[in-house]
Design a protein around this ligand. Structure first.
Ligand SMILES: [Cu+2]
Length: 168
């Protein structure tokens, strides 16, 4: 299934963002007919890191749920969905099986409650200010090309969200 993707950038053009270390200062997102993919970002990684983490808010204006099945990117050998949990005082990461449901008329916040996209076997460093191309794969919407921005290592969905809101 082919999906038409509309890209929107507010307050800056891509060419500027590529060169600017402060690219997170403006809002960005992507749309299909039913889905809105809001401010996808990765955390910058320290030198030599083998894994990274990604976050995004996905809204579904459709009347049926959709499901995020996977993420592909050249920056990592594979991307898994994880949930951080604490069991008997020990922090662990558990895989989220079967993809992530985006409820009809609702949203999923990948980054809330310890959830994240885990980038495994990074092919290179993820530097602050980089733009990282990726494809989100949905059960219904199909393949949706997006670009992750790179935020500081401590960035959270909430801090990125606040910046996003400020950007308007
Ligand atoms: Cu993880």
């Amino acid at each position: 299934m082919k999906t038409r993707v509309k890209r929107f950038l507010v307050g800056a053009v891509v060419a500027v963002a590529l060169m600017s270390p402060t690219s997170s200062a403006f809002a960005h997102g992507f749309e299909t007919s039913e889905l809105e993919i809001i401010h996808p970002f990765l955390r910058a990684t320290p030198p030599g890191a083998k894994t990274g983490a990604g976050y995004v808010i996905i809204r579904n204006s459709g009347s049926e749920p959709d499901r995020l099945l996977g993420i592909e990117m050249e920056a990592a050998a594979r991307v898994e969905f994880h949930q951080s949990v604490v069991e008997e005082g020990i922090a662990k990461m558990r895989p989220i099986e079967g993809g992530i449901e985006i409820p009809a008329g609702g949203e999923y916040r990948l980054g809330a409650d310890g959830s994240h996209a885990m980038l495994v076997e990074l092919t290179g460093g993820i530097g602050l200010g980089f733009l990282v191309e990726a494809t989100l794969i949905f059960e219904k919407a199909g393949r949706v090309p997006i670009t992750f921005e790179v935020e500081p290592a401590g960035a959270t969905l909430e801090s990125a969200d606040a910046e996003h809101t400020d950007g308007h």
